[in-house]
Design a protein around this ligand. Structure first.
Ligand code: PEP
Ligand code: MN
Length: 339
């Protein structure tokens, strides 16, 4: 249920409504907007008495939210959400490029990559410390040491960074170092992990599972908001299809669909979405043209020596070209590259 407050409702009235909702055994989520304040009510404690709520001072009306994902839905919050990640805004007018290696391999590798990302015009760094690999024999990441090097790369360049967490232990560790926590495609439906990072104070990059429907993605995001973390950015990273030409198939259709159904920002990851270096640029541009809020791409100072995903990692020069082209396409759709 959504409780719509009078435009001039006082903080006290809003607080009183929240307390009443909590007294009834539900959770209350304050959703301020430019034209109204709304209070989202969630919880699985049975129906709530509308008449009681509508009799409280400052309340205009209550509304049923028809979608299963309540807080993620545009019905609940008509205005776009902008997520601040270490000073970088995701979801505003400007589009953001996040880049970096698949895995953090050494101090020198990640600091060099960060400098190249910055030089190319990227706003954020990525790098895996905990790697979910298809083969148990593949490189699994350097763990906390990698997080420390990411911190050094941030100190050298000023770029905030996102890194993937796999479980409770890695989430607790990464929270101490990272600017944003990534829930990877394989964990999109790990509801225990989602509930844990919902309690984190860091923004979350939630990647779509390779076989997840849009509704499943939005419900996964709902776990985060329902748990109290409203700083969520979605990411389309390609899905499984009958087409086996590329690693995955970018489902660009979800970009306008997310914009219609939800207020959350959405990025794409054309590196994992295609699995081929040569396809990253065109799919990045197509994503921006389709209305996404930015892209996350893999790059490596020396892709031929990468310990993971080298074949889909851009050379530093290619990243530069990609960012210049993203800027031009962003302008063609009345946006701009975030600088
Ligand atoms: C990644 O971004 O490093 C990654 C493993 O991606 P995905 O979870 O989308 O496969
Ligand atoms: Mn990768």
């Amino acid at each position: 249920m959504l409780i719509i407050m009078r435009q001039q409702a006082t903080d006290e009235e809003i607080r009183a409504v929240i307390e009443e909702v909590q007294r009834l055994g539900h959770s209350a989520h304050n959703i301020p907007g430019s034209t109204r304040t709304a209070i989202g009510v969630t919880g699985n404690n049975g129906p709530i008495d509308r008449n009681l709520i509508e009799s409280l001072p400052g309340v205009v009306q209550t509304m049923r939210v028809t979608k299963p994902y309540k807080l993620v839905s545009r019905e609940t919050k008509p205005e776009d959400t902008t997520v601040d990640v270490g000073g970088v805004q995701i979801g505003g007018k400007d589009v953001v490029v996040i880049a970096g290696p698949c895995s953090v391999e050494s101090r020198e590798q990640i600091v060099t990559a960060a400098q190249q990302v910055k030089e190319a015009g990227g706003r954020m760094l990525r790098g895996g410390a905990f790697k979910p690999r298809t083969s148990p024999y593949a490189f699994q990441g350097l763990g906390e040491q990698a997080l420390r090097w990411l911190v050094e790369a941030r100190a050298e360049t000023g770029l905030p960074f996102v890194t993937e967490v796999l479980d409770q232990e890695s989430a607790v560790l990464a929270e101490q170092y990272a600017d944003m926590l990534q829930i990877g495609a394989r964990n999109m439906q790990n509801y225990v992990l989602l509930s844990q990072v919902a309690r984190s104070h860091k923004p979350i990059l939630l990647k779509r599972g390779p076989a997840a429907t849009l509704e499943e993605l939005l419900n996964a995001a709902e776990y985060l908001l329902a748990g109290g973390n409203y700083r969520v950015v979605l990411c389309e990273r390609g899905i499984r299809s009958f087409s086996d030409f590329s690693r995955n198939t970018m489902d660009l259709n979800v970009i306008p669909a997310v914009k219609e159904l939800s207020h959350l920002p959405i990025l794409t990851d054309p590196s994992h979405g295609t699995g081929k270096r040569g396809m990253v640029l065109p799919l990045a541009l197509a994503s921006i043209a389709a209305g996404c809020d930015g892209v996350m791409v893999e790059m490596h100072p020396h892709p031929e020596h990468a310990m993971s995903d080298g074949y889909q990692s851009l050379y530093p020069q290619q990243l530069k070209r990609l960012i210049e082209s993203v800027d031009r396409v962003a302008q063609a759709v009345s946006r701009a590259l975030s600088r």
